[in-house]
Design a binder for this molecule. Structure first.
Ligand code: ADP
Ligand code: ZN
Length: 740
């Protein structure tokens, strides 16, 4: 007794229509169903153009849900057909599982996660072939030496790009053009050139020290063995970690795999590119938000095609469509920049480890000051732990001393103590370099009125405006709002009583110019240097010894190698400790350790002076004693006692709205909607640490649980039970928030 449905018109002609799920890059949890037109070839992972309402978008053919194909339940006549299947390599099964995993873990709509993998719209069509040259067989007579050379070189390959041939022959393109006019070449179509040349793993092998070999061998072995593993590569600043993981990179490349190296900041990428070039004879492909759109598309495409073998990139590179990724390196793995807090909140280090597990390949996490999370994972043997205990070529680490600011106060209105001034003087006289570090952009963090005490605040954020004197404005560091510095108090009207309070790097630079008028002073701050190219020039100038005193924000704290730098002074070491965040101590320790690590990297004796009002603080003690071990143990014990990550699980729900009332009401509604669960504790709602940002009022609920607590399920239930956000209300989920 077979049940029969009346066949549709299409079924009569072509047999049953094929229906596939397509995930579109929009805030949707699930793929939508589309009909595959007759003759179109698609498979899971194919990138396709589909109609969506009145417009069209590029999406990805997704995997059938567990219940099998959706045909049985859907009427093809009501579905719309796929418009176009791009001629593009499909997104790999690993990548699709990764997207699903990230969406599930972060509670982000799957469509928004896949959007991160599709960030290069015109890359879905193949790159057009370009016009090239091939020898025509006609050999003009009476040739200049340059033209002779071009023809000789041209014979070595079937076809050339015009500029490629000129470069190979060491002539200008006009020489090639001249020959072309004489009929020496035919025009031919050639494939687009690669964005970067293939890395040469044998280009210039560094001679590794015994300690480096001891670390590199197990890394290479894990690459050779394949399979998922995580290794924490912990080495003091200047120990040569990069050369060590380059060995693993070479091993992966030799095994025919692609490699991804994550770096926290573009500022770091620049010097890294040079190092990579020295070792592999070519640049890695780069990936970050500042890439020109055209380059971005070419990199995306060539990664998908497998033509790009190595990518060095920011966190978003994790979502590039690698075909055969075989190694992930996360450099400076402790860096807070790996946390994305925009739309989909995710931590690139943690998601990177997941990517490696899904792909079944090794991940290497490198740092001089690992995150507590990675330390704990290594202690628990979830991660392998490799250590480099001393600097390369036995360069000594700097002597670190605390400067107790209560006993060595600076002159009135100044911020650098006489102890540090004397040290700078000695350094400059020896022809060496000093670095003054202050993690605060601008001239002063606060402007107030001496008559009435009024402080100038941002109208849209709960923050003070920062005085940026070089640019002549007071600016909000959260929304970018800027206004001129007022002559009279906006509150009481008193003229000329506005004073700058506290130091920013510009003010320290001013102080140095006054104290050392003959020294060459350079100020490096992200709001001043312009683009990455300019920054690289400035960093090169410092490395080249063209400055005596460098004043910088955290831009200069890490990664750079300044051979003549022998003194590092931390102007306000207590700065990060005051914000009440349980991670503050760890962050401050990491930053101070990194920045003092800039000193003495080429073997000269060096010092680090740490200006602090709390020399007895465990962070300062740990820095001064050079004992990271005790500090980490103490921190771990405290976090464990408090049930905080990595010993417990934590998530935040951030509710924002145009009015304080709406935000608070919805946060309360969420709290009421939380299901009873003994394993989970809900704290709040309370005003978020930044209660007002860009005119949006923010409340926060914290959700805590033990390691085994099912936080995501709990949040899902809460969100499902709560009323849908209305009006201007928005709810953002933050799993593993970085500040808590
Ligand atoms: P880390 O990343 O651990 O701070 P780096 O990898 O930057 O250290 O190395 C510190 C310095 O030592 C760099 O200038 C690097 O070029 C140099 N170096 C490291 N290992 C070697 C080696 N095997 N041969 C030559 N130079 C090396
Ligand atoms: Zn603002």
């Amino acid at each position: 007794n077979i049940e029969t449905k009346p066949p549709s018109f299409a079924d009569d002609l072509f047999g049953p229509a094929r229906i596939v799920p397509v995930l579109v890059p929009l805030p949707t949890e699930r793929p939508y169903s589309y009909v595959v037109p007759e003759g179109m070839q698609v498979e899971p992972g194919s990138i396709v153009q589909v109609p969506l309402g009145p417009r069209q978008v590029a999406g990805v053919v997704w995997d059938e849900p567990d219940g099998g194909p959706p045909e049985a339940t859907l009427d093809p006549k009501k579905l719309r057909p796929i418009v176009h299947a791009f001629d593009c390599p499909p997104l790999s099964a690993d990548m699709r599982r990764f997207v699903d995993w990230v969406a599930d873990y972060t509670l982000s709509p799957t469509g928004l996660v896949v959007r991160m993998a599709l960030r290069a719209p015109s890359a879905f069509d193949p790159e057009p072939w370009i016009e090239g040259l091939a020898l025509s067989g006609t050999r003009p007579t009476k040739l200049t030496a340059a033209r002779e050379r071009v023809l000789d070189v041209a014979g070595k390959s079937e076809s050339w790009s015009r500029s490629g041939l000129a470069k190979a022959a060491g002539v200008t393109s006009s020489v090639v053009d001249g020959l072309a006019k004489l009929g020496a070449f035919n025009t031919v179509r050639i494939p687009p050139p690669p964005v970067v040349a293939a890395p040469d793993t044998g280009h210039e092998r560094a001679r590794l020290s015994a300690a480096q070999v001891a670390a590199a061998e197990p890394l290479k072995a894990s690459v050779a063995a394949g399979g998922f593993s995580v290794t924490l590569l912990e080495g003091v600043t200047g120990s040569g970690k990069t050369e060590v993981y380059f060995e693993a990179v070479a091993a992966a490349l030799d095994a025919g795999k692609q490699v991804l190296i994550l770096l926290p900041e573009i500022a770091l990428t620049q010097s890294f590119i040079d190092r990579f070039g020295q070792r592999f004879g070519t640049e890695p492909a780069q990936w970050h938000s500042d890439l020109p759109p055209k380059t971005r598309e070419r990199v995306w495409r060539q990664v998908a095609e497998g033509r790009v073998r190595v990518v060095a990139g920011a966190r978003s590179a994790l979502f590039l469509p690698f075909r055969e990724l075989g190694l992930l390196v996360v450099d400076e793995e402790h860096d807070p920049a790996y946390k994305q807090e925009d739309r989909t909140f995710y931590h690139a280090r943690d998601m990177g480890v997941v990517r490696a597990r899904i792909g079944g390949f090794p991940a290497v996490l490198a740092s001089a000051t690992p995150s507590l999370e990675s330390r704990v994972n290594a202690k628990a043997s979830r991660y392998a732990h490799l250590k480099l205990a001393s600097r390369f070529r036995e360069a000594a680490l700097p002597d670190l001393e605390l400067v107790d600011m209560r006993n060595h106060p600076p002159e009135k209105g100044r911020f650098v103590s006489p102890v540090l001034i004397a040290a700078i003087r000695d350094t400059v006289l020896r022809g060496e370099q000093a670095l003054l570090f202050l993690n605060r952009r601008g001239y002063a963090p606060l402007t107030l009125c001496r008559s009435c005490g009024h402080r100038i605040q941002c109208a849209d954020c709960s923050t003070w405006l920062v005085d940026h004197r070089l640019r002549g404005v007071l600016q909000c560091h959260h929304c970018g709002f800027a206004r001129p510095r007022p002559q009279s108090c906006p509150e009481c009207g008193t003229f000329d009583h506005m004073v700058a309070c506290g130091p920013g790097v510009e003010r320290i630079a001013e102080e140095m110019l006054e104290t050392f008028p003959d020294a060459r002073t350079i100020l490096l701050s992200s709001d001043l240097v312009g683009g990455p190219k300019r920054l690289r020039r400035e960093l090169d100038a410092v490395a080249d010894g063209q400055a005596d005193i460098v004043i910088g924000t955290q831009l200069v704290a890490k990664g750079h190698h300044f051979p003549k730098m022998t003194l590092v002074g931390a102007v306000d070491a207590d700065l990060g400790l005051a914000n009440g965040d349980p991670r503050a101590a760890e962050r401050t320790f990491q930053l101070l350790h990194q920045v003092t690590g800039r000193a003495g990297r080429s073997g000269l004796a060096s010092r680090g002076l740490i200006q602090t009002f709390q020399p007895e603080h465990p962070v300062m003690q740990a820095i001064a004693s050079g004992s990271a071990e005790r500090f980490y143990e103490r921190e771990a014990a405290e976090r464990e006692r408090a049930g905080l990550p990595p010993f417990g699980r934590l998530a935040a729900l951030i509710v924002s709205a145009d009015t304080r009332r709406e935000a608070e009401d919805h946060a309360r509604a969420l709290r009421r909607a939380a299901p009873p669960d003994d394993a989970v504790e809900v704290l709040g709602p309370a005003e978020a640490p930044l209660a007002l940002v860009r005119g949006r009022h923010r409340f926060r609920l914290l959700v805590m649980g033990g390691r085994q607590a099912r936080i995501q399920a709990f949040l899902r239930a809460t969100l499902a039970e709560a009323p849908a956000p209305r009006g201007s209300v928005h709810v953002q989920v933050d799993i593993d928030p970085q500040s808590f």
